[in-house]
Design a binder for this molecule. Structure first.
Ligand code: GTP
Ligand code: MG
Length: 349
């Protein structure tokens, strides 16, 4: 059965870059991946695109034909896609049953907070057997300012309630967070959405007239108790792997066995099943949904890597990369030498 991620978030939050990074990571891991560009305004697509909404409808044509601006034109394109969802389904079918698909959405947040087209398209795909999760990217600099943090919490909550999918909120560009000054609290306060009443002073200082409104919004967020965040630095492999683990648990991909994995003997008949329809007996009976392991898993490690000791870690990684490069160069040189010294083949006797 096909799996996928609906990648949403505000303009510039890093959606297309994430899709590109994930394509590179999955290709290296030998995992299937295809990307669907659903942003008709996306002119320079950074990743190899399996399906592109522009081959169905072009934003420029819509704007000219209907006299619409870019935002109205984009909503028209999404409604047109909804009306022609068969087109999308046909293209997705062609990717095969074991496809893993990323849907790169446009940055207009109304698409994932109150407009119905994306929600209806997702509903149709889910009914067709797609196992989807929403990956909602939010620029990490929002946590450096209390009012912005509250607004990003409200946006995340609204997106979760609207899309009705397994949902992962992500603070993207966490590698840049130290540039925006010191945080009032440790990073886990923000990622785990701990006691928000601690923000009262900061909120009242910036807008004393709205103190009561601020506190009402805080209690609304706390009453739902739904929002928390993962973190992402796109260039950092550990960060990408950690996020991938979280998403795999949300979609249920943890239960899909690797293509070449063997079943524990006698557990299940695998002769008639294949790929993602084959249950991951090993995962089911052991640790697939257990505790998440690996570095970057603990937000305190993320805090150390990108905030408390960023310079030391940057310097350490630079040394490691240099060593890795030298090792590869040495290995290549040695392989070249061996080839040069290899005696010519003896032909006949
Ligand atoms: N430092 C850093 N920069 C990032 C990261 N992710 C994305 N960026 C940068 O953020 C900028 C915006 O990224 P995009 O991927 O175009 O964002 P988007 O969400 O697709 O934007 P729209 O499609 O316009 O909504 C680019 O310059 C990226 O290089 C990250 O993890 N770290
Ligand atoms: Mg984009």
């Amino acid at each position: 059965m096909p799996f996928g991620e609906v990648v949403c978030g505000s303009p510039g939050s890093g959606k297309s870059t994430y899709c590109h990074g994930k394509h590179q990571l999955f290709t290296a891991l030998n995992r299937p991946i295809s990307i669907v560009n659903l942003d008709p305004a996306n002119e320079s697509i950074p990743y190899p695109c399996a399906i592109d909404i522009s081959s169905l409808i072009k934003l420029q044509d819509v704007m000219e034909e209907h006299g619409l601006g870019p935002n109205g034109g984009l909503l028209y394109c999404m409604e047109y896609l909804e009306a022609n969802v068969d087109w999308l389904e046909e293209q997705l079918d062609a990717l095969g049953k074991d496809a893993y698909v990323l849907f790169d959405l446009p940055g207009q947040v109304e698409l994932s907070t109150n407009h119905d087209s994306v929600k209806n398209i997702i509903g149709r795909l889910s009914k067709g057997g797609f196992r989807l999760a929403a990956v909602h990217l939010c620029d990490a600099h929002y946590v450096t300012d209390a009012p912005k943090y509250i607004s990003v919490l409200l946006l995340s909550l609204r997106t979760m309630l609207h899309l009705e999918l397994p949902h992962i909120n992500v603070l993207s560009k966490i590698d840049l967070i130290s540039q925006y000054g010191d945080l009032d609290f440790n990073l886990d306060f923000y990622t785990e959405v701990q006691d928000l009443s601690y923000l009262e002073n900061a909120l009242s200082a910036s807008a004393p007239r709205y103190a009561a409104l601020n506190m009402t919004m805080i209690s609304l967020i706390e009453d739902y108790s739904l929002v928390n965040f993962e973190t992402l630095a796109i260039e950092d492999k550990n960060s990408m792997l950690n996020l991938t683990r979280a998403i795999d648990r949300a979609t249920g991909y943890v239960f899909v066995p690797a293509a070449d994995s063997k079943m524990p003997e006698g557990t299940i008949d695998t002769s008639s099943t294949s790929g993602s329809t084959r249950p991951n007996a090993f995962g089911l009976f052991t640790s697939a949904i257990g505790e998440r392991h690996g570095s970057s898993n603990d937000v305190r490690d993320v805090q150390e890597r990108w905030i408390d000791a960023k310079e030391e870690w940057d310097a350490y990684e630079k040394v490691q990369w240099r060593k890795e490069g030298e090792t590869l160069r040495d290995e290549a040189a040695r392989a070249g030498n061996i080839r040069e010294r290899k005696p010519p083949d003896v032909v006949g006797d």
